[in-house]
Design a protein around this ligand. Structure first.
Ligand code: PEP
Ligand code: MN
Length: 346
């Protein structure tokens, strides 16, 4: 339910509504807009009458949110959510480019790639340290050692770092290091992980599950938002279809559909979407043309010897060319590439 306050409602009136929401066993989520305050009352509200709130002083109207996701919906928050990072933001006019290896493999590998992607125009650095591999015998990631290399790369390049958290047990160490917690496709419906991430205040990149519908992705984001963590970005990374020519099928439709249903930023991952480096640039261009707020792209200095996802990883010079092309597309749709991080030591 959404409680819309009068433009001139006082702080005390807002507090009274919040107290009433708590009495009904619901939780409140306040959005202070330029004109008025809107309070979301979320939880199991089907037995709660809107009249419980509409009689309170300062309340203009009360509306039920028709979609099953509430805090993620545009009905609840019509304006885009904009997530600030060091020197740029995601979800506004800027288009952000996150790039880096699938896995952090060594200090030299990571630092070399970090400097190359920054020079090419990336805004943030990705790198997995806990890897969700199909085979338990495949490289599983460097763990905390990898986080130390990521932190060093951030220090060197100024780029915020993005890494996947696979379990609740990893959260303490992850939040010590990373700027963005990635929830991988395989964990999109790991509800205890989503709830735990919702309790943190670290930004989240939530990837769409391999066979998840758009509504299921939005419901997953609701778990994080309802814990009070509002810095959530959604990521389309391709879905499973009957097609086997590519690793996954990029659901380009999901980009404008998500942008219409939610205020959360939408990022496209053309690497996992296609699975082959040859197709990554074309799909990156398509994603930005379709209205994505950013891209996350796998780049490796030696793709042939990468410990994971080498086949879809771009060499730095190919990535640099991609950024040039994406810049032109962004400008054609009245956006611009986010500014490159200020480096402390490059
Ligand atoms: C990754 O980003 O390396 C990854 C494992 O992605 P996904 O969860 O989308 O498969
Ligand atoms: Mn990968």
């Amino acid at each position: 339910m959404m409680i819309i306050m009068h433009p001139g409602a006082s702080k005390a009136e807002v507090q009274e509504v919040i107290a009433c929401i708590a009495e009904q066993g619901l939780s409140s989520h306040v959005i202070e807009g330029v004109e008025r305050t809107v309070i979301g009352a979320v939880g199991d509200s089907h037995t709660v009458s809107p009249d419980a709130f509409s009689v309170l002083p300062g309340v203009e109207s009360v509306m039920r949110i028709s979609q099953p996701y509430k805090l993620a919906s545009r009905q609840f928050k019509p304006e885009n959510s904009v997530i600030p990072f060091n020197g740029f933001s995601v979800g506004g006019d800027d288009v952000a480019v996150i790039a880096g290896p699938c896995s952090v493999e060594s200090r030299t590998q990571l630092l070399e790639i970090a400097q190359a992607v920054r020079e090419a125009g990336a805004n943030a650095l990705r790198g997995g340290v806990y890897k969700p591999r199909t085979s338990p015998y495949a490289f599983q990631g460097l763990g905390e050692e990898g986080l130390e290399y990521l932190a060093e790369a951030r220090e060197l390049t100024g780029m915020p770092i993005v890494a996947e958290v696979m379990s609740v047990a990893q959260l303490d160490v992850m939040t010590k290091y990373v700027d963005v917690l990635q929830i991988g496709a395989r964990n999109m419906q790991n509800y205890s992980l989503l709830r735990a991430v919702g309790e943190t205040r670290t930004a989240v990149l939530l990837k769409r599950g391999l066979s998840a519908t758009i509504e299921e992705l939005l419901m997953a984001s609701e778990y994080i938002l309802s814990g009070g963590n509002r810095n959530v970005m959604l990521c389309e990374r391709g879905i499973r279809t009957f097609e086997t020519a590519t690793r996954n099928t990029t659901d380009i439709n999901a980009i404008p559909v998500l942008k219409s249903l939610t205020h959360l930023p939408v990022i496209l991952d053309p690497s996992h979407s296609t699975g082959y480096y040859e197709f990554v640039t074309a799909i990156a261009r398509a994603g930005i043309a379709a209205g994505a707020d950013g891209l996350i792209i796998e780049v490796h200095n030696d793709p042939a010897h990468a410990l994971s996802d080498g086949r879809q990883s771009l060499k730095p010079e190919v990535f640099a060319n991609l950024v040039k092309q994406v810049k032109a597309i962004a400008e054609a749709v009245d956006r611009r590439l986010a500014p490159v991080a200020r480096a402390s030591a490059v």
